[in-house]
Design a binder for this molecule. Structure first.
Ligand code: AMP
Length: 368
Protein backbone atom coordinates (compact mmCIF):
# COMPACT_ATOMS: atom_id res chain seq x y z
CA UNK A 1 0.00 0.00 0.00
CA UNK A 2 1.16 3.53 -0.79
CA UNK A 3 1.12 5.72 2.32
CA UNK A 4 2.00 9.39 2.66
CA UNK A 5 3.25 10.37 6.12
CA UNK A 6 2.88 14.03 7.09
CA UNK A 7 4.49 15.70 10.08
CA UNK A 8 3.05 19.20 10.11
CA UNK A 9 4.66 21.76 12.40
CA UNK A 10 3.93 25.45 12.83
CA UNK A 11 6.35 26.55 10.10
CA UNK A 12 7.26 23.31 8.29
CA UNK A 13 5.84 20.09 6.89
CA UNK A 14 8.00 16.97 6.72
CA UNK A 15 6.73 14.28 4.39
CA UNK A 16 7.60 10.77 3.33
CA UNK A 17 5.92 8.61 0.77
CA UNK A 18 6.11 4.87 1.41
CA UNK A 19 5.43 2.19 -1.17
CA UNK A 20 4.99 -0.67 1.30
CA UNK A 21 8.10 -0.24 3.45
CA UNK A 22 10.18 1.39 0.71
CA UNK A 23 10.67 5.16 0.81
CA UNK A 24 9.47 6.41 -2.60
CA UNK A 25 9.89 10.13 -1.86
CA UNK A 26 10.65 12.43 1.04
CA UNK A 27 11.19 16.07 1.72
CA UNK A 28 10.57 19.16 3.76
CA UNK A 29 8.59 22.30 3.07
CA UNK A 30 9.86 24.97 5.41
CA UNK A 31 9.58 28.58 6.52
CA UNK A 32 5.85 28.46 5.83
CA UNK A 33 4.38 31.97 5.92
CA UNK A 34 7.81 33.62 6.11
CA UNK A 35 9.40 35.91 3.54
CA UNK A 36 11.22 33.76 1.02
CA UNK A 37 9.67 30.62 2.52
CA UNK A 38 8.50 27.58 0.53
CA UNK A 39 4.78 28.31 0.90
CA UNK A 40 2.48 31.11 2.12
CA UNK A 41 0.42 28.82 4.40
CA UNK A 42 -0.23 25.17 5.27
CA UNK A 43 -2.59 24.75 2.34
CA UNK A 44 0.09 25.99 -0.03
CA UNK A 45 2.62 23.67 1.62
CA UNK A 46 0.41 20.59 1.20
CA UNK A 47 -0.47 21.50 -2.38
CA UNK A 48 3.25 21.70 -3.08
CA UNK A 49 3.78 18.24 -1.60
CA UNK A 50 0.83 16.70 -3.48
CA UNK A 51 2.23 18.19 -6.70
CA UNK A 52 5.73 16.87 -6.14
CA UNK A 53 4.93 13.29 -5.09
CA UNK A 54 3.03 10.75 -7.13
CA UNK A 55 -0.27 10.51 -5.22
CA UNK A 56 -1.77 8.24 -7.84
CA UNK A 57 -3.07 5.13 -6.11
CA UNK A 58 -2.38 6.58 -2.66
CA UNK A 59 -3.91 4.22 -0.08
CA UNK A 60 -3.77 6.45 2.99
CA UNK A 61 -2.29 9.51 4.65
CA UNK A 62 -0.82 9.15 8.14
CA UNK A 63 -0.62 12.32 10.21
CA UNK A 64 1.65 12.73 13.17
CA UNK A 65 -0.31 14.34 16.02
CA UNK A 66 1.58 15.17 19.21
CA UNK A 67 -1.20 15.10 21.78
CA UNK A 68 -4.02 12.57 21.89
CA UNK A 69 -4.83 13.24 25.56
CA UNK A 70 -6.59 10.36 27.29
CA UNK A 71 -8.85 9.96 24.25
CA UNK A 72 -6.66 7.96 21.90
CA UNK A 73 -4.86 4.73 22.80
CA UNK A 74 -4.18 3.84 19.16
CA UNK A 75 -3.74 5.30 15.72
CA UNK A 76 -7.24 6.32 14.64
CA UNK A 77 -8.97 6.73 11.29
CA UNK A 78 -9.91 10.41 10.98
CA UNK A 79 -13.50 11.57 10.69
CA UNK A 80 -15.20 14.81 11.80
CA UNK A 81 -15.54 13.57 15.39
CA UNK A 82 -11.82 12.75 15.60
CA UNK A 83 -10.95 16.21 14.26
CA UNK A 84 -13.23 17.76 16.91
CA UNK A 85 -11.54 15.74 19.67
CA UNK A 86 -8.03 16.76 18.54
CA UNK A 87 -9.30 20.34 18.50
CA UNK A 88 -10.61 19.96 22.06
CA UNK A 89 -7.12 18.81 23.10
CA UNK A 90 -5.43 22.00 21.84
CA UNK A 91 -5.10 23.51 25.36
CA UNK A 92 -2.91 20.50 26.28
CA UNK A 93 -0.61 21.09 23.28
CA UNK A 94 -1.12 24.70 22.18
CA UNK A 95 2.03 24.75 20.05
CA UNK A 96 1.75 21.32 18.44
CA UNK A 97 -1.86 20.29 17.84
CA UNK A 98 -2.99 23.36 15.81
CA UNK A 99 -0.51 22.85 12.94
CA UNK A 100 -1.32 19.11 12.87
CA UNK A 101 -5.02 20.03 12.63
CA UNK A 102 -4.25 22.42 9.79
CA UNK A 103 -2.46 19.61 7.96
CA UNK A 104 -5.38 17.22 8.50
CA UNK A 105 -7.96 19.75 7.31
CA UNK A 106 -6.07 20.65 4.16
CA UNK A 107 -5.23 17.02 3.32
CA UNK A 108 -8.89 16.00 3.72
CA UNK A 109 -9.89 18.88 1.49
CA UNK A 110 -7.33 18.13 -1.21
CA UNK A 111 -7.75 14.34 -1.17
CA UNK A 112 -11.25 13.70 0.20
CA UNK A 113 -11.34 10.09 -1.00
CA UNK A 114 -8.09 8.99 0.62
CA UNK A 115 -8.46 7.57 4.15
CA UNK A 116 -6.52 9.56 6.73
CA UNK A 117 -5.17 8.33 10.04
CA UNK A 118 -3.98 10.25 13.10
CA UNK A 119 -0.96 8.71 14.84
CA UNK A 120 -0.44 10.17 18.32
CA UNK A 121 2.85 10.56 20.21
CA UNK A 122 0.91 9.89 23.40
CA UNK A 123 -1.08 6.79 22.39
CA UNK A 124 1.56 4.14 23.20
CA UNK A 125 1.65 5.33 26.82
CA UNK A 126 -2.07 4.90 27.46
CA UNK A 127 -1.21 1.43 28.80
CA UNK A 128 0.70 2.90 31.78
CA UNK A 129 -1.07 1.76 34.97
CA UNK A 130 -2.84 4.38 37.09
CA UNK A 131 -0.06 4.59 39.68
CA UNK A 132 2.36 5.67 36.96
CA UNK A 133 -0.06 8.21 35.51
CA UNK A 134 -1.23 10.28 38.46
CA UNK A 135 0.73 12.83 40.40
CA UNK A 136 -0.01 13.36 44.06
CA UNK A 137 -1.96 16.59 43.67
CA UNK A 138 -5.56 17.57 44.45
CA UNK A 139 -7.71 15.08 42.49
CA UNK A 140 -10.40 17.64 41.77
CA UNK A 141 -7.91 20.03 40.19
CA UNK A 142 -6.24 17.23 38.28
CA UNK A 143 -9.51 15.95 36.82
CA UNK A 144 -10.92 19.34 36.02
CA UNK A 145 -7.79 20.45 34.17
CA UNK A 146 -6.73 17.08 32.71
CA UNK A 147 -3.48 17.12 34.67
CA UNK A 148 -1.75 13.74 34.47
CA UNK A 149 1.13 12.01 32.73
CA UNK A 150 0.50 11.42 29.04
CA UNK A 151 4.03 10.71 27.79
CA UNK A 152 5.44 11.37 24.31
CA UNK A 153 7.79 9.89 21.68
CA UNK A 154 5.36 6.94 21.67
CA UNK A 155 5.94 6.01 18.03
CA UNK A 156 9.67 5.88 18.65
CA UNK A 157 9.43 3.82 21.86
CA UNK A 158 6.97 1.43 20.18
CA UNK A 159 9.15 0.97 17.11
CA UNK A 160 12.43 0.65 18.97
CA UNK A 161 11.08 -1.79 21.56
CA UNK A 162 9.76 -4.08 18.80
CA UNK A 163 13.05 -3.83 16.91
CA UNK A 164 14.88 -4.72 20.11
CA UNK A 165 12.78 -7.86 20.59
CA UNK A 166 13.56 -8.81 16.98
CA UNK A 167 17.28 -8.21 17.60
CA UNK A 168 17.09 -10.50 20.63
CA UNK A 169 15.17 -13.08 18.59
CA UNK A 170 12.32 -13.09 21.11
CA UNK A 171 8.58 -12.49 20.73
CA UNK A 172 7.65 -8.94 21.80
CA UNK A 173 5.08 -10.41 24.21
CA UNK A 174 7.90 -12.03 26.17
CA UNK A 175 10.34 -9.14 26.14
CA UNK A 176 10.87 -6.35 28.68
CA UNK A 177 12.86 -3.37 27.45
CA UNK A 178 13.98 0.03 28.69
CA UNK A 179 14.10 2.37 25.68
CA UNK A 180 16.11 5.58 25.88
CA UNK A 181 15.20 8.07 23.15
CA UNK A 182 17.97 10.66 23.40
CA UNK A 183 17.67 13.35 20.74
CA UNK A 184 16.94 17.07 20.94
CA UNK A 185 13.98 15.96 22.98
CA UNK A 186 14.64 12.98 25.23
CA UNK A 187 12.59 10.44 27.09
CA UNK A 188 12.90 7.04 28.74
CA UNK A 189 10.27 4.32 28.62
CA UNK A 190 9.78 0.97 30.35
CA UNK A 191 8.10 -1.47 27.97
CA UNK A 192 6.70 -4.72 29.38
CA UNK A 193 5.62 -7.30 26.81
CA UNK A 194 5.24 -4.63 24.12
CA UNK A 195 3.26 -2.21 26.27
CA UNK A 196 4.49 1.02 27.86
CA UNK A 197 4.31 0.82 31.67
CA UNK A 198 6.33 3.94 32.56
CA UNK A 199 7.73 6.96 30.77
CA UNK A 200 9.65 10.06 31.79
CA UNK A 201 7.78 12.83 29.97
CA UNK A 202 4.62 14.01 31.66
CA UNK A 203 1.74 16.26 30.75
CA UNK A 204 3.98 17.92 28.15
CA UNK A 205 7.32 17.00 26.55
CA UNK A 206 9.00 19.07 29.25
CA UNK A 207 9.37 16.55 32.08
CA UNK A 208 11.89 13.81 32.74
CA UNK A 209 15.34 13.74 31.19
CA UNK A 210 17.60 16.73 30.57
CA UNK A 211 17.19 17.81 26.93
CA UNK A 212 18.81 20.20 24.44
CA UNK A 213 16.94 23.26 25.71
CA UNK A 214 14.34 21.81 28.14
CA UNK A 215 14.97 21.35 31.82
CA UNK A 216 13.38 17.95 32.35
CA UNK A 217 12.35 17.22 35.96
CA UNK A 218 12.68 20.11 38.40
CA UNK A 219 11.16 20.88 41.78
CA UNK A 220 7.97 22.89 41.05
CA UNK A 221 9.12 25.44 43.62
CA UNK A 222 11.64 26.68 41.04
CA UNK A 223 8.68 28.20 39.17
CA UNK A 224 7.16 29.82 42.28
CA UNK A 225 10.56 31.19 43.29
CA UNK A 226 11.32 32.70 39.87
CA UNK A 227 7.91 34.33 39.91
CA UNK A 228 7.66 35.50 43.51
CA UNK A 229 11.27 36.25 44.39
CA UNK A 230 12.86 36.98 41.00
CA UNK A 231 9.72 38.75 39.75
CA UNK A 232 9.69 36.99 36.37
CA UNK A 233 6.39 36.88 34.46
CA UNK A 234 5.08 33.35 33.90
CA UNK A 235 5.69 33.57 30.12
CA UNK A 236 9.37 34.37 30.71
CA UNK A 237 9.72 31.48 33.12
CA UNK A 238 8.13 29.14 30.59
CA UNK A 239 10.45 30.36 27.85
CA UNK A 240 13.49 29.97 30.07
CA UNK A 241 12.61 26.43 31.19
CA UNK A 242 11.63 25.21 27.72
CA UNK A 243 14.01 27.07 25.40
CA UNK A 244 16.83 28.28 27.61
CA UNK A 245 17.35 25.31 29.93
CA UNK A 246 18.70 21.76 29.52
CA UNK A 247 22.19 21.45 28.01
CA UNK A 248 21.89 24.99 26.65
CA UNK A 249 21.08 26.45 30.05
CA UNK A 250 23.86 24.57 31.77
CA UNK A 251 26.62 25.06 29.21
CA UNK A 252 25.61 27.57 26.53
CA UNK A 253 25.24 24.92 23.79
CA UNK A 254 22.35 22.57 23.09
CA UNK A 255 24.03 20.37 20.50
CA UNK A 256 25.64 17.29 22.04
CA UNK A 257 28.43 17.15 19.45
CA UNK A 258 29.56 20.71 20.22
CA UNK A 259 29.17 20.05 23.93
CA UNK A 260 31.45 16.98 23.76
CA UNK A 261 34.07 18.97 21.84
CA UNK A 262 34.01 21.73 24.43
CA UNK A 263 34.24 19.23 27.24
CA UNK A 264 37.26 17.64 25.58
CA UNK A 265 38.79 21.12 25.26
CA UNK A 266 38.52 21.55 29.03
CA UNK A 267 35.30 23.60 29.28
CA UNK A 268 34.04 22.97 32.83
CA UNK A 269 30.46 24.01 32.17
CA UNK A 270 30.27 21.60 29.26
CA UNK A 271 31.69 18.84 31.48
CA UNK A 272 29.09 19.55 34.17
CA UNK A 273 26.26 19.63 31.62
CA UNK A 274 27.37 16.24 30.28
CA UNK A 275 27.49 14.80 33.80
CA UNK A 276 24.06 16.16 34.76
CA UNK A 277 22.58 14.84 31.50
CA UNK A 278 24.00 11.32 31.87
CA UNK A 279 23.28 11.13 35.59
CA UNK A 280 19.59 11.82 34.92
CA UNK A 281 19.41 9.06 32.31
CA UNK A 282 21.12 6.67 34.77
CA UNK A 283 18.58 7.54 37.45
CA UNK A 284 15.75 6.62 35.10
CA UNK A 285 17.48 3.39 34.09
CA UNK A 286 17.66 2.45 37.77
CA UNK A 287 14.04 3.39 38.33
CA UNK A 288 12.80 1.40 35.34
CA UNK A 289 14.84 -1.69 36.22
CA UNK A 290 12.84 -1.61 39.45
CA UNK A 291 9.54 -0.99 37.64
CA UNK A 292 10.10 -3.90 35.24
CA UNK A 293 11.70 -6.37 37.64
CA UNK A 294 12.96 -8.70 34.91
CA UNK A 295 14.59 -6.64 32.17
CA UNK A 296 15.87 -8.19 28.94
CA UNK A 297 17.36 -5.18 27.19
CA UNK A 298 18.22 -1.50 27.37
CA UNK A 299 18.14 0.26 24.02
CA UNK A 300 19.58 3.62 22.98
CA UNK A 301 18.08 5.57 20.11
CA UNK A 302 17.76 9.17 18.81
CA UNK A 303 20.58 11.41 17.56
CA UNK A 304 22.52 11.25 20.84
CA UNK A 305 21.62 7.67 21.76
CA UNK A 306 22.58 6.31 18.34
CA UNK A 307 25.77 8.32 17.88
CA UNK A 308 27.36 9.18 21.19
CA UNK A 309 29.48 6.40 22.69
CA UNK A 310 30.58 8.66 25.60
CA UNK A 311 26.96 9.24 26.62
CA UNK A 312 26.11 5.52 26.44
CA UNK A 313 29.20 4.68 28.45
CA UNK A 314 28.50 7.29 31.12
CA UNK A 315 24.92 6.01 31.43
CA UNK A 316 25.78 2.30 31.74
CA UNK A 317 29.34 2.12 33.09
CA UNK A 318 29.70 0.19 36.33
CA UNK A 319 26.22 -1.33 36.24
CA UNK A 320 27.40 -4.96 36.02
CA UNK A 321 26.07 -5.55 39.57
CA UNK A 322 22.63 -4.70 38.16
CA UNK A 323 23.06 -7.09 35.24
CA UNK A 324 24.28 -4.66 32.57
CA UNK A 325 27.80 -5.51 31.49
CA UNK A 326 28.84 -2.92 28.91
CA UNK A 327 31.52 -3.88 26.36
CA UNK A 328 33.57 -0.69 25.87
CA UNK A 329 34.93 -1.79 22.51
CA UNK A 330 31.52 -2.72 21.09
CA UNK A 331 30.17 0.56 22.39
CA UNK A 332 32.98 2.56 20.78
CA UNK A 333 32.43 0.61 17.52
CA UNK A 334 28.70 1.36 17.72
CA UNK A 335 27.75 -2.28 17.38
CA UNK A 336 24.05 -3.20 17.54
CA UNK A 337 24.72 -5.05 20.76
CA UNK A 338 27.08 -3.13 23.05
CA UNK A 339 27.05 -5.44 26.09
CA UNK A 340 29.18 -8.56 26.61
CA UNK A 341 27.80 -11.88 25.42
CA UNK A 342 27.21 -13.08 28.98
CA UNK A 343 25.56 -9.86 30.18
CA UNK A 344 22.19 -10.79 31.75
CA UNK A 345 20.67 -7.64 30.26
CA UNK A 346 21.50 -6.87 26.61
CA UNK A 347 22.42 -3.26 25.84
CA UNK A 348 21.58 -2.25 22.26
CA UNK A 349 21.72 0.63 19.81
CA UNK A 350 18.72 0.74 17.46
CA UNK A 351 18.09 3.62 15.03
CA UNK A 352 14.58 4.96 15.41
CA UNK A 353 12.30 5.56 12.43
CA UNK A 354 9.20 7.46 13.48
CA UNK A 355 7.95 7.99 9.90
CA UNK A 356 8.11 4.27 9.13
CA UNK A 357 6.27 3.54 12.38
CA UNK A 358 3.58 6.08 11.49
CA UNK A 359 3.16 4.34 8.11
CA UNK A 360 2.98 0.94 9.83
CA UNK A 361 0.39 2.16 12.36
CA UNK A 362 -1.59 3.88 9.59
CA UNK A 363 -1.79 0.62 7.68
CA UNK A 364 -2.78 -1.26 10.85
CA UNK A 365 -5.53 1.26 11.66
CA UNK A 366 -7.02 0.59 8.24
CA UNK A 367 -6.95 -3.13 8.88
CA UNK A 368 -4.08 -3.83 6.48
P1 AMP B 1 17.64 14.15 17.07
O1 AMP B 1 16.70 15.13 17.70
O2 AMP B 1 17.28 12.72 17.32
O3 AMP B 1 17.94 14.43 15.63
O4 AMP B 1 19.06 14.34 17.82
C1 AMP B 1 19.77 15.53 17.77
C2 AMP B 1 20.95 15.47 18.73
O5 AMP B 1 21.80 14.37 18.37
C3 AMP B 1 21.82 16.71 18.74
O6 AMP B 1 22.08 17.11 20.08
C4 AMP B 1 23.09 16.23 18.10
O7 AMP B 1 24.22 16.92 18.60
C5 AMP B 1 23.15 14.80 18.53
N1 AMP B 1 24.09 14.05 17.72
C6 AMP B 1 24.05 13.76 16.41
N2 AMP B 1 25.17 13.12 16.02
C7 AMP B 1 25.95 13.00 17.12
C8 AMP B 1 27.25 12.45 17.39
N3 AMP B 1 27.98 11.87 16.44
N4 AMP B 1 27.73 12.53 18.67
C9 AMP B 1 27.00 13.11 19.63
N5 AMP B 1 25.79 13.65 19.45
C10 AMP B 1 25.27 13.60 18.21
Amino acid sequence: MKILVLNTGSSSVKYRLFDDDVVAAKGLVEKIGEDGGDAPDHEGALRRIMDSVDVDGLGAIGHRVVHGGADFADATVIDDAVVATIERLVPLAPLHNPPALAGIRVARKLLPDVPQVAVFDTAFHQSIPAEGVHWAIDTELAERWQIRRYGFHGTSHAYVSRQTAALLGRPVEQTNVITLHLGNGASACAVRAGRSVATSMGMSPQGGLVMGTRSGDIDPTVVFHLHRVAGMPIEDIERSLTRGAGLLGLSGVNDMRTLLQRRDDGDERAALAFDVYCRRVREYVGAYLAVLGRTDAITFTGGVGENSAPVREAVLAGLAPLGIDLDEQRNADRAKVISRDDSPITACVVPTDEELEIATQTRAALGG
